[in-house]
Design a protein around this ligand. Structure first.
Ligand SMILES: [Zn+2]
Length: 488
């Protein structure tokens, strides 16, 4: 063979290899595009609606849901020429499925139920979150898990004496409460919540469904974390249609199991559905001569670990600075309350008020001692309880009476929640001072601030941030509950 012929042969082989590589690359691009486009589509349903309370499935079966006793919840399901009934609380059923829709407020679910949605369920009741009204703490309380390192994934570590954690903690999924869940979204996907909220939510819901169907765990507990991101970045009117997809996906499971499934749907905290801006905490602290640092290595150093965009802030300082720090924070724009431990008591400061919370050792009776003004707006409640003969000789009130009397108040269950915050059963690294921000303000990391336009947040002691929901297909929940009492 001549040298020219060999050269031409080599060139042909080279161009054939280049073509193959190009073709392969083309296939990879097509594969990825199809995958990304398919990812996060609505969960496929076996049953399609054929009227307000009628459905047909892919096998041509017909189903009709009826409310025979007129309580608003479906109790009989006609299936072709047969029927099944909703199992009574005592009836043994195949499986239980409890799902936490992170951050979904009571008001939104109640409105959807009133519109005729979620009618396999009895009407929802309020779930009172922890303080702060935030998942790391509320989920720890809910699942009776070992304490989380901090109120958020980025926190102050007293042992190391510095701010620790961050996004790596989210990715590692190391919080103790996560071990108690049968389903939680992998940490890597949580990063996409704020970039593709609706797609992330649908993928989360679809993944939960797959895991539940593939598992044989009799009482399955799942956490849909993507709903909180929907609340943070979407307008209130955009949330309903997405939550209806949860209704449809659960109904599909319920029908497929012929009702042999007990469902509990709930959330761990609410959302204030109010667009908000940053509270000028750092500027205010610097003006007052504090030094905002990651370590408490100088006398006036204060640590302020920031992470999510939330309506609370946890601050850490040397013990001798606590009272002064609380005073400066209480007078800062956007701050409604600053709280700190005062021996066995919890002290509360607002811009014009100051009060002390006292409790007996097991937290069943409380005293509210306003020193100036009425920062927790509890004086009318105390008068009401006094008139009803519900105060004892010392003027203290029972926690159950306070819970009922403040459920619709500005700060639901405030005394119990602040007293519990003081004891810190859910968090290892308790803050020196906690701040509850007014609706319309948040505290959080600069990276997240640049990523999203915040339509709503939570974390504060106030009602809209506090009230989640719970409803079951078992029986009407009798009354509102604390988040720690829901899965007892
Ligand atoms: Zn959130």
């Amino acid at each position: 063979m001549s040298r020219a012929a060999a050269e031409a042969g080599r060139r042909r082989t080279k161009s054939r290899a280049a073509k193959a590589a190009l073709y392969l690359g083309f296939l990879v691009v097509i594969f990825c595009t199809v995958h990304v486009a398919r990812w996060g589509r609505p969960v496929p349903l076996a049953w399609q609606a054929a009227g307000a309370n009628r459905w047909v499935n892919t096998a041509g079966e017909r189903l009709e849901a009826l409310d025979l006793d007129g309580d608003g919840s479906w109790d009989r399901f006609n299936l072709n020429d047969s029927f099944f009934l909703r199992p009574q609380p005592a009836t043994p059923v195949a499986r239980r499925l409890a799902i936490c829709l992170d951050g979904v407020p009571y008001s939104i679910i109640r409105a959807l139920w009133n519109q005729g949605r979620f009618r396999e369920f009895f009407p929802p009741v309020e779930v009172v979150s922890t303080f702060p009204s935030e998942s790391e703490v509320a989920m720890t309380a809910l699942l009776h898990a070992a304490p989380a390192p901090g109120y958020e994934n980025r926190h102050f570590d007293w042992k190391q004496g510095k701010v620790a954690g961050g996004v790596a903690v989210t990715l590692a999924q190391s919080a103790p409460y996560l071990k108690k869940l049968d389903y939680d979204e992998p940490g890597l996907f949580k990063g996409l919540h704020f970039i593709m909220p609706a797609k992330s939510f649908r993928a989360d819901l679809g993944r939960l469904r797959k895991r539940f169907l593939a598992s044989s765990v009799p009482a399955f507990i799942a956490h849909i974390s993507s709903t909180d991101a929907l609340c943070h970045v979407m307008r209130a009117e955009q949330l309903g249609p997405l939550l209806i997809e949860v209704d449809e996906a659960l109904r599909d499971l319920y029908f497929s199991e012929r009702g042999r499934l007990r469902l509990l749907l709930f959330s761990d905290h609410g959302n204030n559905l109010a667009p908000s801006r940053p509270a000028p905490l750092r500027a205010s602290l610097e003006r007052a001569g504090f030094r905002v640092r990651d370590r408490l290595d100088e006398p006036r150093a204060v640590a302020l670990p920031e992470f999510g965009l939330v309506s609370f802030a946890a601050l850490y300082c040397r013990p001798e600075l606590v009272r002064e720090l609380a005073g400066v924070l209480a007078a800062t724009e956007g701050v409604e309350l600053a709280v700190y431990r005062d021996g066995e008591r919890v002290a509360v400061r607002s811009s014009g008020g100051e009060a002390l919370i006292e409790a007996n050792t097991d937290g069943t009776r409380f005293l509210y001692r306003p020193l100036k003004g009425d920062p927790l707006l509890l004086l009318p409640v105390w008068e009401q309880l006094r008139a009803a003969g519900k105060l004892d000789a010392q003027g203290s009130a029972a926690e159950a009476d306070l819970f009922a009397a403040t459920l619709s108040a500005r700060y639901p269950d405030a005394l119990f929640r602040l007293w519990e915050w003081g004891r810190s059963p859910y968090v290892e690294n308790a803050a020196s001072v906690m701040v509850s921000l007014a609706d319309g303000y948040y505290s959080g990391s600069g990276i997240f601030q640049r990523m999203v336009t915040l339509q709503s947040t939570h974390g504060s002691l106030a009602r809209r941030c506090t009230l989640g929901f719970a409803m079951t297909t078992d029986a009407q929940l009798r009354h509102a509950v604390r988040v720690s009492e829901l899965l007892e």
